[in-house]
Design a protein around this ligand. Structure first.
Ligand code: HEC
Length: 139
């Protein structure tokens, strides 16, 4: 009975609105599109999927995010707290070139001991972890 009624309504609606499904379809399409454009920087997926990201994220949290994320005033325009903010890069542009640590600004700066700038140095092992992580990221 219920089904019958709703079928009846559906046909009634169909007479008034010739394309009753067009609007919801468009709406869902727009939502998907929006979601896609927000999350689909390919580097974000690659960072999320990398097995070393847990270790790297911990290093960033201990040595970097007090200047790169935790305060309103982002140093160098760079937020190192999440895969998407890392993928966004800083005021100079991308800081990570997936698969190529040596050409990545972030690696250069820790390798040259420019970052962190106030003495809290990374150990050679931590620098190597970050290097291997960037080299292993898919572009
Ligand atoms: C004490 C604060 C401080 C800490 C801690 C710090 N940074 Fe920085 N960082 C800065 C400042 C200031 C700049 C901007 C330098 C400039 O533009 O001359 C910067 C810039 C950068 C840039 C360049 C961003 C761009 O787009 O130009 C990278 C990459 C970077 N930092 C990585 C790191 C990493 C990785 C760590 C942790 C290992 C770290 N920083 C820790 C203060 C800090």
């Amino acid at each position: 009975m219920n089904t019958y009624l709703s079928m009846k309504n559906y046909f009634k609606m169909k007479q008034v609105h010739p394309y009753p499904r067009l609007i919801p379809t468009l709406f869902i399409g727009l939502l998907l599109q929006f979601n896609w454009s927000c999350s689909q920087h390919p580097l974000v997926k690659s960072i999320e999927n990398s097995s070393q990201y847990t270790t790297v994220g911990t290093i960033f949290k201990s040595y970097c995010t007090r200047c790169h994320g935790e305060k309103d005033d982002l140093q160098g325009g760079l937020d190192l707290r999440s895969p998407s903010s890392i993928a966004e890069g800083g005021k100079s542009g991308p800081v990570i070139l997936p698969g190529n640590a040596k050409e990545s600004l972030l690696f250069e700066m820790i390798h040259e001991e420019e970052m962190p700038p106030d003495g809290g140095k990374l150990s050679p092992k931590q620098i190597k972890v970050i290097q291997d992580w960037i080299d292993g990221l898919e572009s």
